[in-house]
Design a binder for this molecule. Structure first.
Ligand code: NDP
Length: 513
């Protein structure tokens, strides 16, 4: 008898610990069942990855880049299969997959293949220390070895395999543990990379429920994790036992600020798109809006009209619906609780507000007004298709409220005065702030993206987005030198006094008033 999605949500009477059932959340139908890896298998996978890594590293940037560029082409040649697979296990619209998964992955394969040699190039440096005259200094990068990537269900390609690409480009083997809710997209990429000629063991996918991630953390040399702040803490704690470095991309509660002089049409369109795209399940989606009082009513009317017109349902071909289902059905409970809590405390639902009765897991695209920071919808990550809009007296109140959060992933500001926009951006406590745009930075793979506060540790993208997968080594070369340095044994008072005089001479000059 087929397992139903309700059984799965309840922990599953069907489905043993050894198997993973993958459902289409939009229809509630079982897509497939996969065997889950045991801890012993994880240890074997890492050993295989370690053996394969040596030759992969020796291929050099060019050899690895060739395979990564082939993967880019493979994605394009197999785009329908990729779209079908992601849609089948997420219930997302085809457009959401095309833009943020297929588009991102194609860009990332090309970007890291091209930029890895530059970001990981050896650097020659000069020291300002007079004690090092005549020395050559250089910094070089060695791959960490085996990188473990633990991904969430919201972007099964971009947030799992996407993070594997810089790790591979840097010369590492990678093991991706996708969310057990959405393992099929990663498995498809494993097949694709194999077809592109990636050597055996260099890229592997570990299918299993959350806790198997702990075994992976014990075995690998670096952990990249994307997911909730709570699980992120568990990951960091576990990694501390082996002093394994981690990079964590965690939750967010991203604010969008609308100033009175903003282009309201653009601000409203951005707020609606970036709160409802991917059914609101994006770590950097708009989770709360602050609008200056003079334009509040107009803004509310604009976003309400737009949200009301969104079509929601089981995604079909391109153009069928704007909003799909929840990817992980239990998420509906969190979203419903946040809306109910807000309404109980006096908020108004201008459109939506209810869970849909359907086989899949759907919550109506919802706009909430009259909200404040006593409500969960303004302080906790909702991760669903909701848009709470709060009236503020002025920009100062907007900044104070935007910063009143344990999270600090991203933020956006809308104003026609760019100087003012930049000044506001500099005062917001977030890893990235966009002015008259939202999330646009994510396409700029050249710039770091990461959270402040409980939104994360480390970054993806930019030079640090690949250097984190490498060990740094400093080499100092001394060609000509005395037989003995002045400061070495045996200590003699006159030499020590001379040294102190020298230090005073060096560092004692200059105006420090
Ligand atoms: P988690 O953070 O628990 O899951 C992320 C990844 O971690 C998954 O692969 C998961 O596996 C794995 N995992 C779970 N437990 C452990 C563990 N003990 N050790 C190692 N790995 C583990 O996300 P949830 O699915 O629980 O979602 C909870 C909330 O997190 C959501 O409501 C949402 O608010 C937020 N979230 C944020 C995301 C973001 O991009 N910032 C993405 C997803 C969720 P498995 O799925 O198999 O359990």
């Amino acid at each position: 008898m087929a397992t139903t999605i309700t059984e799965k949500q309840n922990g599953g009477s069907a489905g043993s610990a050894e198997e993973i059932e993958v459902f289409n959340p939009a229809t509630g139908k079982l897509v497939t069942t996969l065997p889950a890896c045991s801890p012993e298998q994880v240890v074997e996978m890492v050993a295989r990855a370690r053996r394969a890594q040596v030759a992969w590293h020796e291929l050099g940037f060019e050899g690895r880049g060739k395979i990564l560029r082939r993967a880019q082409k493979w994605l394009l040649d197999n785009s329908d299969r990729v779209l079908d697979t992601v849609v089948s296990e997420t219930g997302k619209t085809r457009e959401d997959v095309a833009v943020a998964e297929l588009g991102y992955m194609c860009a990332a394969f090309g970007f890291w293949a091209k930029k890895a040699p530059k970001y990981l190039a050896e650097e020659k440096l000069r020291s300002s220390s007079p004690f090092l005259i005549g020395r050559k200094l250089m910094v070089r990068y060695e791959p960490v070895g085996v990188a473990g990537i633990i991904g969430p269900w919201n972007y099964p390609l971009s947030n799992s395999v996407g993070d594997a690409i810089p790790a591979l480009a840097a010369g590492n083997s990678v093991i991706v543990k996708p969310s057990s809710v959405t393992p099929l997209s990663s498995l498809l990429m494993e097949e694709g990379l194999r077809e592109c000629g990636i050597p055996d063991g260099v890229f592997q996918v570990l299918v299993g429920r959350g806790p198997i991630g702990l075994t992976l953390i014990d075995e690998v040399d670096f952990v990249m994790f994307t997911g909730s702040t709570e699980t992120g803490k568990t990951v960091m704690e576990r990694a501390a036992k082996t002093l394994t470095p981690v990079s964590l991309e965690l939750g967010g509660k991203d604010p969008l600020i609308v100033l009175a002089d903003a282009n309201l049409e653009r601000a409203a369109n951005s707020a609606v798109y970036w709160s409802m795209q991917n059914a609101g399940q994006t770590c950097i989606s708009v989770e709360r809006v602050y609008v200056e009082e003079p334009v509040y009513d107009q803004f509310v009317s604009l976003v309400t009209d737009r949200v009301r017109s969104l079509r929601q349902g089981v995604p079909g071909g391109f153009g069928s619906v704007e909003v799909g289902s929840f990817i992980n059905p239990p998420q509906a409970d969190i979203v419903e609780a946040h809306v109910e809590d807000a309404v109980k405390k006096g908020a108004r639902v201008t459109t939506g507000g209810k869970r849909l009765e359907a086989d899949g897991a759907f919550f109506q695209p919802t706009v909430l007004t009259g909200v404040d920071h006593s409500m969960e919808c303004m302080t906790e990550e909702t991760f669903g298709p909701t848009l709470p809009v709060m009236k503020v007296a002025d920009v100062e109140e907007a900044i104070t409220l935007a910063n009143d959060s344990p999270y600090g992933l991203q933020a956006s500001v809308y104003t026609r005065d760019l100087e003012k926009g930049e000044a506001v951006a500099r005062r917001l406590h977030a890893g990235t702030v966009t002015v008259n745009d939202t999330v646009a930075n994510y396409s700029a793979l050249e710039v770091p993206m990461g959270g402040w506060k409980t939104s994360g540790v480390g970054v993806r993208h930019g030079a640090d987005g690949i250097r984190k997968y490498a060990k740094r080594q400093t080499i100092l070369l001394t060609r000509f030198a005395l037989n003995k340095e002045l400061y070495q044994f045996p200590y003699a008072a006159f030499r020590s006094e001379l040294l102190v005089k020298f230090v005073k001479l060096l560092y004692g000059r200059g105006d420090r008033s």
